[in-house]
Ligand binder design. Structure first.
Ligand code: NAD
Length: 475
């Protein structure tokens, strides 16, 4: 078994090797492969392929499309061990987490495959002799751009929804973690997906997005990544009046009320924060803990953070792997230095571990002043901020004080509190009394600068279709 696959472009149903850039293992900074850089000709070929692929795929019976998607999902499950190892080598997370990610991707793919058969339109009652229909048609060829934090789950979200709706797609996956996308495409190829329906490119992100987004063949954009890049791509999409899904950053608040067990809540929170080394857009980040349980909560969180075994994700005993790239280490250093200069207490972690590999411990900053950069800039790494609050009102006000609104969490046993939180927390996703991630049938997405559009659920799928009203006077 090769641990790391050859990374190639996939255009019009064919794999293409090309010279490229090194891909690094974040656990030891060694080079594990190269990622090809698409040329302008490659992009033109991908566009032509997506154009033709759309014709073929949109005209295929939905049940037949679903069959191919189910076969691809089965192949992902079969190959989960091999895929997980490749993802851990390129991205760093423990191999068990990588395996879980492959399983979730397969599950989401199955859900979209089944749901694609239910993109029903409507028959609207009308006067005699008139038949009014609302058809839901696939929007066309899509351009998808995905980040490095979930090398297979992120590409799968875009690809599965596009294909379920009957669209073709050109995916530009992350150059830093290309193997997840290559394995996804391989599964579709082996499942019998017709050429051109799914195309995979890598290269210089800004050049690719600037070429693909305005192109006539591309009818929709879907992006997951940072807010600044999202704004740039949204602007490009708006210039040619194209709809876009923007799944951007977050800075998730966690409101911990005085009626919960601080030990259980803190333990669960620390474990969740360590997942994917905190590089999750929905990661719990700003903990607003009622002052009556603040001390116990913080002590427990710190204890758990210090106990985590950090190391190479391939070692089965590792609980938290390295950060995915050196940019994240620099960002963590800057945020911790700024917060501590402004008076925050560094209760655990706070600096890089060792000199080789991008290891950074789960870091707890307590009593962090609101003017510290980390209270506003998304850390996108293993930093938890824990501050005391005196009331639920104060916690909600602080939770809503940032320009983000992706995920939010709350812990309370009171139905009244839960109801108030559901009404007033400004976020696309609110989880009460748990920190479990999203499921395929629920929409995920942001409000405010965290973006627009949804992924998952019927809401997510609907973005890939257009409603066409057909009014037919029969007599
Ligand atoms: P980034 O936005 O620069 O990169 C994210 C992804 O977008 C990368 O894979 C990159 O290749 C791609 N990208 C960058 N510029 C692009 C362009 N002009 N056109 C097309 N694609 C482009 O961010 P980063 O520094 O790699 O990652 C850190 C930030 O990413 C975090 O602060 C976080 O906000 C964001 N992020 C968000 C999510 C999410 O699910 N919302 C996931 C991962 C990362």
């Amino acid at each position: 078994m090769t641990l790391y696959p050859e990374i190639r472009l996939y255009i019009g149903g064919e794999w293409k090797s090309a010279p490229g850039l090194p891909v690094l293992n974040p656990a030891d900074e060694s080079t594990i492969g190269t990622v090809p850089v698409a040329t302008r000709q490659d992009l033109d070929d991908a566009i032509a392929a997506a154009h033709d692929g759309f014709r073929t795929w949109s005209r295929m019976a939905p049940a037949k499309r679903a069959d191919i998607m189910f076969r691809a999902a089965a192949l992902l499950r079969q190959r989960a061990g091999e895929i997980a190892v490749a993802m851990t080598i390129e991205q760093g997370k423990p191999v068990a987490e990588s395996r879980g990610e492959v399983g979730r991707a397969a599950e989401a793919l199955e859900w979209e495959a089944a749901e694609g058969r239910r993109t029903y339109g409507r028959v609207v009652p009308s006067e005699p002799g008139m038949r009014n229909l609302v058809l839901r048609q696939p929007i066309g060829a899509v351009a998808g751009f995905t980040p490095w934090n979930y090398p297979i789950a992120q590409p799968n979200r875009k690809v599965a929804a596009a294909l379920a709706a009957g669209c073709s797609i050109i995916l530009k996956a992350a150059e830093e973690t290309p193997a997840g996308a290559v394995h996804l495409v391989r599964a579709f190829h082996d499942a019998g997906l017709p050429p051109g329906v799914l195309n995979l490119v890598f290269g210089t992100p800004s050049e690719i997005s600037e070429y693909l987004i305005p192109h006539d063949t591309i009818r929709m954009i879907t992006f997951t990544g940072s807010i600044p890049v999202g704004k740039r791509l949204a602007e490009l999409a708006a210039r040619s009046m194209k709809p876009a899904i923007m799944e951007l950053g977050g800075h998730a608040p966690v409101i911990v009320c005085d009626d919960v067990d601080p030990v259980a809540t803190a333990t669960m929170s620390a474990v969740t924060k360590s997942r994917n080394s905190g590089q999750v857009c929905t990661a719990p980040t700003r903990f607003y803990v009622h002052e009556s349980i603040y001390r116990k909560f913080t002590e427990t969180f710190v204890e758990k953070a210090k106990s985590l075994k950090i190391g190479d994700g391939l070692d089965p005993s590792t609980q938290m792997g390295p950060l995915a790239n050196s940019r994240r280490i620099e960002a963590m250093d800057t945020l911790v230095a700024d917060a501590s200069a402004k008076g925050a207490h560094v209760l655990s972690g706070g600096s890089r571990l060792g000199k080789r590999g991008y290891f950074f411990p789960l870091t707890v900053l307590a009593e962090v002043p609101d003017d510290a950069r980390v209270m506003r800039d998304e850390p996108f790494g293993p930093i938890a901020l824990i501050n005391p609050v005196g009331s639920l009102d104060e916690a909600i006000e602080k939770a809503n004080s940032l320009p983000y609104g992706l995920a939010a969490y709350a812990f309370t046993r009171s139905a009244q509190n839960a109801d108030r939180l559901a009404d007033s927390v400004e976020a696309g996703n609110l989880s009460i009394n748990h920190l479990v991630g999203s499921i395929a049938e629920m929409p995920v997405g942001g409000v405010k600068e965290s973006g627009y559009g949804r992924e998952g659920g019927t809401e997510g799928l609907s973005h890939f279709t257009v409603a066409k009203s057909v009014s037919h006077q029969i007599a």
